[in-house]
Ligand binder design. Structure first.
Ligand code: GLU
Ligand code: MG
Length: 450
């Protein structure tokens, strides 16, 4: 069970952690946070300082929360140059990466030890603890799409066997790195886009799932350096090409019983499960800027790209933002809802917290389940679109306007995070919204890589 806030380990536990690192010949410890713009930022210490990095933490200016994808700083009244946040690593989540390096996710605290409300991992921890208090258990599985550059020149067939053979040495090294670090990779395939690879990570508790997204990006980029390729986690690595998604699958239980299967509703949904799906679909337009809020995201969120460009739901509907996967022998993890509109520019802690928050609000308020969409939503007649309440997700300017004025977003994320998120995304819109997409795709191609 996730406790809130992150506990401070006792001296003996810190000594054990230090001994573990020494035994494994670790020299360098990396502690990372993900900022509201979705960029992974880190501090490093010599491994013997593992206790200090956990207990007192390393310093960071409040402006870390308003760093932008291009390294501009979108200062706000709350986030300026004065003040100090402490980055404290969660040693329960520490992983050994090999070659003398270890990694752990960090959370932000004030100097007096109070959790900083702007911390996205802290928000997710709090959200999960809130679910547990209501007897709800959640499991989240994540998919990572990425594009390898420079392109090999060989042709790339979607789901092609040859495409994967071309990059076999990279894939084998990546799997070895994942095994070493305890990252449970479930599947790897050549995705639809040119030089696009996807791997999926086994479902686990939400905090670990979001950590796994960060770890997976770190490992992919670390291994790539040894193979002279770079990895793009941009929502749109190349203008005109396929986008990268960062879909998440959520399954929920109430007092141990599954909510998304075994009921009398459509496709076996329970009444509560139907309210969960209804709540997620209803809240999507207000939270689009959380899930897909970069200046490149709207170029990916297009009909026909399997990116979930419409707020609606459907069984195994890959064009709906909410795809329901039912519990069948072909789906051993059980029923889940996949949120397809998430892209890798989203902070994974924030996206997971918002996904869970929408589910919980839907459940608490008994949200109605809209009629299912059983075709590609772009093909719905106006009457069918009205009947199913399917709407296209908003463009970035509208998404930011909706987010800023949304009481739901304020409730789920808090005032501080909302202020930081809107500031960094507005900067992207104001700076790059009017430029050619080719130029922006190139400029930001590696902004979300490690
Ligand atoms: N690349 C698509 C996206 O942007 C997803 C393709 C798929 O896995 O269905 O989300
Ligand atoms: Mg995919």
């Amino acid at each position: 069970m996730t406790t809130y806030p992150m506990p401070v380990l006792a001296a003996e536990e810190l000594a054990t952690a230090a001994a573990r690192l020494e035994d494994a010949e670790v020299r360098l410890l990396c502690g990372s946070v993900v900022d509201p713009a979705g960029v992974i930022r880190a501090k490093h210490v010599p491994a013997r300082r593992v206790g200090a990095f956990h207990a007192g933490g390393m310093g960071a200016s409040p402006s870390w929360n308003v760093f932008c994808v291009d390294n501009a700083i979108a200062f706000t009244p709350r986030f300026g140059v004065v003040g100090d946040l402490r980055l404290r690593t969660d040693l329960a989540a520490l992983r050994l990466l090999g070659d003398g390096v270890a990694w752990a996710p960090a959370e932000m605290f004030d100097q007096d030890g109070t959790p900083a409300p702007v911390c996205t991992r802290g928000l997710l921890r709090r959200t999960v603890a809130g679910l547990a208090e209501r007897g709800l258990g959640a499991q989240v599985g994540c998919e990572l799409e990425m594009v390898l550059t420079p392109r090999s020149g060989a042709s790339w067939n979607a789901y092609g066997l040859g495409a994967l053979l071309d990059i076999e040495p990279f894939v084998l090294d990546l799997l070895a790195a994942a095994d070493r670090a305890g990252l449970p990779v479930e599947q790897i395939h050549a995705e639809y886009g040119d030089s696009q690879l996807e791997f999926s990570i086994a479902p686990t508790d939400p905090l670990t799932a979001a950590d796994h997204v960060v770890l997976a990006r770190l490992l992919a980029c670390r291994v790539a350096r040894r193979h002279d390729v770079a990895v793009s986690f941009s929502p749109l690595p190349f203008a005109g090409g396929s986008g990268n998604g960062a879909h998440q699958h959520l399954s929920l239980t109430q007092d141990g019983r599954p909510l998304l299967s075994g009921g009398r509703g459509p496709h076996g949904l329970t009444d509560d499960g139907a309210a969960v799906v209804g709540g997620i679909v209803a809240g999507l337009p207000q939270l689009t800027a959380v899930f897909a809020g970069s200046v490149l995201s709207p170029h990916r969120l297009q009909p026909g790209h399997w990116s979930g460009a419409f707020a609606c739901w459907g069984w195994e509907n890959r064009e709906a933002a909410v795809r329901l996967c039912t519990a069948t022998p072909g789906n051993p993890h059980g029923a889940s809802v996949e949120l397809k509109c998430i892209d890798p520019s989203a902070n994974p802690y924030l996206a997971t917290a918002a996904f869970l928050g929408l589910a919980l609000e839907g459940l608490a308020g008994g949200a109605p389940l809209p009629p299912e969409v059983t075709v590609a939503p772009a093909e719905l007649t106006p009457e069918e679109a009205a009947r199913t309440a399917a709407v296209r997700l908003p463009d970035l300017a509208s998404a930011l306007g909706l987010l800023e004025t949304s009481d739901l977003a304020r409730l789920l994320l808090g005032e501080e995070l909302l202020e930081a998120l809107v500031a960094v995304r507005r900067h992207e819109l104001d700076t790059y919204g009017g430029e050619d997409v080719e130029v922006v795709a190139e400029k930001l191609r590696y902004a979300w890589s490690a």
